[in-house]
Design a protein around this ligand. Structure first.
Ligand code: NAD
Length: 394
């Protein structure tokens, strides 16, 4: 199995072989500043006590407080969190926001948990981390399997421990509890702005066929945005199944189907296939929006999309990158494509600190300026260096 942190370092080497950086800088940037591991005891509803392992990796804060989401997943470990924290440091620099890179997690499958169990786990994570996070130190956010409600519990716990009730310790909170307008859809929205800005340069038609891996916060909103803009979403997947219809899927009906059955599988008017096969559909645009290491040495030859846009973090391994570059298939990299999430998270932090509430229009206007500007800068850099977009972004 690919170690995501080794992949991240391989990406760094791939990029820094093109441009010379000071060797001291390269030595430092390979190592996280701090790695925190905690044990989180959680009383389950049936009276049992379970203990989960939690993490926070504070990679680099040269640009500002550490920033990055918290993931609850059974496969999460310190190596994964380290890679995700490293990518956050680069991502914040790519979009030029005053934040450093961090990431958190818990090794747990929260799907069978009741709300009470999730709340005790969330509060336990924050109790264990309260002395290392803070509005001027480290500001977490949601990621896979963590929600605005979970952010609210964590913010509340932090307030009880420290007395700081500004909410600026964590972003992605519900709007009525200090969250920002637009945060829930910001990751996919930012990716969509990048897509619109680069579409012609990437050689894509005005109306594209689109396949999306993952149907959570990033993937589901992407399906809605691309389909509302008149593109044809022909395939989507979640962890259980994928569905395909070359005529295009009715996304609103699919959202309702997923909400009631908890899977995209079995959706009427589409063929249900193996989850992984979503990646191999012939389409203009493939959007990985699930987990890392999905497109690798062994399956990259099966990719038929004309362009990839990574809403997930780290979905493409360095060897797969080389293959796609050689085949002339551009990859819009995660540290640009999904940076809308951390950008609006930073807007939320700023609003909490200043006690302001910006309208959704204001949030998206500001987001669009940043995403358009950085997408063009990276595309220009890639042309100038005659390289791929990931190396240019790095
Ligand atoms: P989420 O928990 O809301 O959704 C994850 C989705 O992926 C679910 O639909 C799940 O069923 C699916 N999935 C899981 N394993 C899968 C598999 N093996 N094959 C297919 N689908 C699978 O999480 P999210 O917030 O949408 O995050 C998805 C990706 O986007 C992650 O890589 C995350 O780091 C990245 N990301 C998220 C944000 C954000 O703001 N939420 C920001 C930047 C990047």
């Amino acid at each position: 199995m690919n170690n995501p942190f080794e992949n991240a370092l391989a990406q760094l080497e791939r990029a820094t072989s093109l441009v010379s950086f000071h060797p001291d800088f390269l030595r430092v940037i390979r190592h996280p500043n701090r790695q925190v591991r905690i044990s989180i005891p959680v009383k389950m509803d049936d009276g049992r006590l379970e203990v989960f392992e939690g993490y926070r990796v504070q990679f680099n804060n040269a640009r500002g407080p550490y920033k990055g989401g918290i993931r609850f997943h059974q496969d999460t470990d310190i190596e994964e969190v380290k890679a995700l924290a490293f990518w956050m440091a680069l991502k914040c620099a790519v979009v030029n926001i005053p934040m450093g890179g961090g990431k958190g997690g818990v090794t747990v499958d929260p799907k069978p948990f009741t709300d009470g169990e999730k709340e005790r786990l969330a509060r336990g994570w924050m109790r264990g981390m309260a002395d290392v996070v803070g509005p001027q130190k480290d500001v977490p956010a949601p990621d896979v399997n963590t929600t605005p409600q979970i952010m609210e519990w964590m913010a509340d716990e932090y307030g009880k421990i420290t007395g700081d009730i500004s909410g600026a310790v964590i972003t992605g909170k519900p709007v009525e509890s200090g969250g920002s307008q637009g945060r829930g859809t910001a990751t996919a929205q930012g990716g969509f702005y990048v897509f619109e800005t680069l579409r012609e340069k990437l050689g894509l038609p005005e109306k594209c066929t689109v396949a999306i891996q993952g149907f959570g916060n990033a993937g589901q909103v992407a399906a809605q945005l691309w389909s509302e803009a008149g593109h044809k979403v022909i395939a989507v997947s979640d962890s259980r199944a994928a569905i395909v219809n070359s005529e295009g899927l009715d996304i609103e009906a699919l959202v309702a189907h997923k909400a009631s059955t908890r899977s995209v599988g079995g959706f009427e008017g589409a063929q249900t296939i193996e989850s992984i096969d979503v990646l191999y559909q012939a389409c203009d645009l493939l959007i990985p929006a699930a987990l890392e290491n999905q497109i690798h040495e062994e399956n990259v030859e099966r990719i038929q999309a004309k362009v990839l846009l990574e809403l997930a973090n780290g979905p493409t391994t360095p060897k797969a990158d080389d293959n796609l570059f050689a085949r002339g298939i551009p990859v819009v990299p995660d540290i640009l494509a999904n940076a809308g999430g951390v950008t609006v998270s930073t807007f939320e932090w700023e609003q909490n600190l200043k006690k302001e509430n910006w309208s959704e229009q204001e949030v998206f206007d500001k987001l669009k300026i940043i995403m358009d500007r950085e997408a063009l800068a990276i595309a220009d850099k890639a042309t100038q260096l005659n390289t791929d977009l990931r190396r240019a972004a790095f």
